[in-house]
Design a binder for this molecule. Structure first.
Ligand code: NAD
Ligand code: MG
Length: 387
């Protein structure tokens, strides 16, 4: 099997690497990363990749040096990243963080690869387009988000028409139970400490604000084609059940597993079969109990905003994601407070409501990128006023 990994040096990328290095039936085509060229070169050597690409032009000399004498091709920059996605591969991991992951994923689908999709932003910003492209090229997307992989697995052998509802779980993050006053003063250090999952910095903070769950509600809608009213989120602090599918006879099928992304990545890698994975086995008696509580859209407005975006459809997902990325950058830079992130996203969506493009159907990548750009500009202006 020919495999490429986009975002190989990140959290999902490293977990993917860990599974790939244990296999002897894999031929690695391309690995891509950002500024961490030392690590990218190590991975490329170990997996004997054909090509290693850094997203940054100025990192080219360092990557070239690190791979000298290896026979591995080296490239840098956005165009090189896209060209890497066009190299024939059977299975492509999309694990770049943010809207930057969109185009490589599309190109991988266009050459007929199976896309293991961790980059949820692709579905949030361009869901209908992505699903159409997949069908047009007889390609396939396998979800690599723990909740969506769980739903996908619970649906094996089932008819989607028999599904009444889907419930995705949320750990509640480090701020579960915090009052609004406390949340307003939450620091970056507090926000980037997740109780259960080890993940990249951005998704970790998104988990604390529930923006991650907001993106995932939209992701569920786009991937499985459900109505917003059929999709629920429930807080489950132990992160053992990842999602549940409710059928019209009232039965609920839950997917359980240790909070380890190698579950979802490995399922996508071995699909449609199941193979041994190096993940912890659950000891239910030791776990003792699993608990659940309703999420609070008042303290975590991201969930309420996700509902609005799901109703608006069109380019609202692209605007939502872009505004969220700007808000996150501002929070990381210490320019706005924790609760300001949701306020900034809400103001951006509200102000774009008067733009007919917000709700027009998603028909091209160009219109998605135009909305992404416009929302970044609007959010940037509001952020400057807030800081
Ligand atoms: P990360 O920050 O750890 O890694 C991101 C990777 O993308 C790195 O290799 C980085 O070099 C690269 N990258 C960053 N910006 C880039 C750009 N502009 N152009 C090209 N490459 C760039 O992120 P992560 O936590 O591994 O998350 C990756 C994706 O997977 C995100 O979309 C996230 O929402 C999703 N996801 C992550 C987890 C998790 O457990 N970490 C779980 C579910 C879904
Ligand atoms: Mg998830």
């Amino acid at each position: 099997m020919r495999v490429s990994v986009f975002g190989a040096t990140g959290s999902i990328g490293e977990s993917t690497f860990d599974l790939l290095r244990r296999r002897d039936d894999i031929r690695t085509v391309a690995l891509t990363g950002g500024r961490n060229v030392t690590r990218l070169a190590e991975q490329a050597r170990e997996l004997r990749a054909e090509l290693a690409v850094t997203a940054h032009d100025d990192c080219y000399p360092a990557l070239k040096d690190a791979l000298a004498g290896s026979g591995i091709e080296v490239a840098a920059g956005t165009e090189a990243l896209i060209a890497a996605a066009e190299r024939p591969a059977d299975w492509v991991m999309s694990a770049i963080v943010g809207a930057a992951g969109l185009v490589p994923g599309f190109r991988a689908l266009a050459q007929g690869a199976t896309l293991a999709l961790a980059n949820k932003e692709s579905l949030v910003t361009a869901g209908p387009l992505l699903m159409r492209e997949t069908a047009r090229h007889s390609a396939r997307i396998l979800p690599v988000d723990s909740e969506h992989s769980a739903v996908f697995q619970a649906l094996v052998g089932e008819d989607i028409a028999a599904v009444e509802r889907v419930i995705i779980t949320a750990s509640g993050g480090p701020f579960r139970g915090w009052s609004k006053d406390r949340l307003a003063k939450a620091t970056l250090a507090q926000a980037q400490t997740h109780p259960n999952w080890a993940m990249g910095q951005r998704i970790t903070i998104d988990s604390a604000s529930m923006f991650n769950k907001a993106l995932e509600l939209i992701e569920t809608r786009e991937y499985f084609g459900l109505e917003p009213a059929q999709i629920e989120a429930v807080v489950h602090p132990q992160s053992i059940i990842h999602a549940l599918v409710g059928f019209r006879d009232g039965a609920l099928m839950a997917h359980m597993g240790a909070p380890d992304m190698r579950h979802a990545i490995g399922y996508a890698l071995n699909w449609p079969e199941r193979s041994e994975l190096p993940v912890a086995r659950l000891d239910l008696a030791q776990l003792g109990q699993l608990s659940f509580e309703a999420p609070d859209p008042d303290r975590f407005p991201a969930l309420r905003l996700a509902r609005e975006v799901m109703e608006l459809r069109g380019h609202a997902g692209a605007a939502f994601n872009a505004a969220k990325e700007v808000a996150l950058d501002q929070f990381i830079a210490g320019r706005i407070g924790f609760l300001d992130m949701a306020a900034l996203v809400e103001r951006t969506i509200d102000s774009l409501l008067s733009d007919s493009g917000l709700t027009s159907p998603v028909e091209s990548l160009e219109s998605v990128m135009a909305m992404d750009q416009m929302a970044r500009e609007v959010a940037g202006r509001f952020a400057a006023a807030m800081a």
